[in-house]
Design a binder for this molecule. Structure first.
Ligand SMILES: *Cc1c(COP(=O)(O)O)cnc(C)c1O
Length: 231
């Protein structure tokens, strides 16, 4: 099932890229394996997937332990400072940094482990009250504050768009995030790059690609529905 789904998703990515004249290689598919058993992660790995997304620190740690070491793990969930120790040194990219406090905790853990961390700033473009992430207008200020932390490297922006039936309804959200990343990128802030735009999920990844997503986070379309609604 997983392999068949992956092939369908890849074809959908290709079509979206074709529509806007992007190369297929410019989009990184992150297979979001949260709540799913290791055997399904293995099936995706056998297919060739090397980028996996998890939203719980301990679950990522466990899968990281079991699975081959050539995987890039993406931490995409809300991160509490007391869980930072599970994620630093394991995640290739932390997508969900939305406060200086959290970035400082990541910096401290990096110093302790003598390592570095690549992060994205999570922006709540849709202004949903239930979601984490900071407001569009607050982003540059936070980027500047975090940029001085020597072991924490900002690589771009991430957003979670609302669940909508019609993906086109999220187009303006994706466009706003893209515009924001171009704007911040043009400021040439030391230790900051805006090369990554993490946006688009099962319901709207094609629209996100059309609007410039470099990383899409797809769970359901690959692994099937999850049992726990809040995940
Ligand atoms: C669960 C999750 C996804 C994947 O969602 P699907 O709709 O299953 O593709 C992507 N991003 C984040 C942050 C998630 O928590």
């Amino acid at each position: 099932m997983v392999k068949g789904n992956l092939s369908i998703v890849e074809n959908r990515i290709k079509s979206a890229c074709d529509r806007v004249g992007r190369s297929y290689g410019s989009v990184t598919l992150i297979a979001v394996s949260k709540t799913k058993p290791v055997r399904m992660v293995e099936e995706a790995y056998e297919y060739g997937i090397r980028e996996f997304g998890e939203n719980k620190a301990q679950e990522m740690r466990e899968k990281h332990e079991i699975m081959p070491k050539d995987i890039n793990w993406h931490f995409i969930g809300h991160l509490q400072t007391n869980k930072v120790k599970y994620v630093v040194g394991r995640a290739a990219l932390i997508h969900s940094v939305d406060s200086l406090h959290l970035a400082e905790a990541i910096e401290a853990e990096c110093v302790k482990k003598n390592t570095d961390a690549n992060i994205l700033i999570e922006v709540n473009v849709a202004q949903e009250e239930t979601k984490f992430g900071l407001e569009t207008g607050e982003t540059e200020e936070l980027v500047r504050k975090i940029s001085v932390l020597p072991h924490v490297h900002i690589k771009g922006l991430m957003t979670i768009a609302p669940f909508v039936e019609n993906a086109g309804n999220n187009r303006m959200i994706f466009r706003t995030l893209k515009d924001l990343s171009v704007d911040i990128g043009s400021k040439n802030i030391d230790n900051v790059s805006m090369n990554i735009l993490s946006m688009g999920m099962t319901n709207d990844f094609e629209t996100a690609i059309e609007e410039g997503a470099t990383h899409i986070r797809v769970g359901t379309a690959i692994f099937g529905e999850r049992n726990i609604a809040i995940c």
